[in-house]
Design a protein around this ligand. Structure first.
Ligand code: ISJ
Length: 124
């Protein structure tokens, strides 16, 4: 096999792998959109009943569960926890906004805003 044939074969393989990556990214976006639909429902329920936007005990349990799932799946548990905290910071910001004490901007979100990283917009 010539060097050019070899490169062509590698490019074909790369395109195939990237197509699977694109499918997974699309699935993740849809899953996140569904998750934010439900967390918005929770936010409206909390706002209607004067419940606090965040629930640190629940988050602790979720983190323990996700770390364990990540380990089983050979995913870095620290990464799973970071991902979770990033998403929850956005969720809590939405809940604060629904409760009427949102800051109108990103300031005060419990995590994502302070990192300076552009956060997920989630469901608005
Ligand atoms: C969605 C909730 O609100 C917050 C967000 C959570 C989440 O995104 O998983 C978990 C706990 C709460 O801090 C909830 O209380 O269930």
């Amino acid at each position: 096999m010539s060097a050019i044939d070899d490169r062509d074969a590698a490019m074909t393989e790369l395109l195939g792998i990237r197509s699977s990556i694109d499918n997974i990214d699309a699935a993740l976006i849809h899953l996140l959109a569904e998750r934010f639909k439900f967390t918005q429902q929770v936010g409206r329920l909390k706002a209607a009943h004067g419940l606090p936007p965040s629930d640190p005990d629940r988050e602790k349990r979720q983190i323990a569960r996700l770390r364990s799932l990540a380990e089983d799946a050979h995913l870095d548990p620290a990464f799973a926890e970071k991902w979770f905290n990033f998403v929850v910071a956005e969720v809590i910001q939405h809940h604060e906004e629904l409760a009427g004490n949102g800051t109108g901007g990103n300031v005060g979100a419990s995590g994502a805003a302070e990192t300076g990283v552009t956060g997920p917009t989630g469901a608005r």
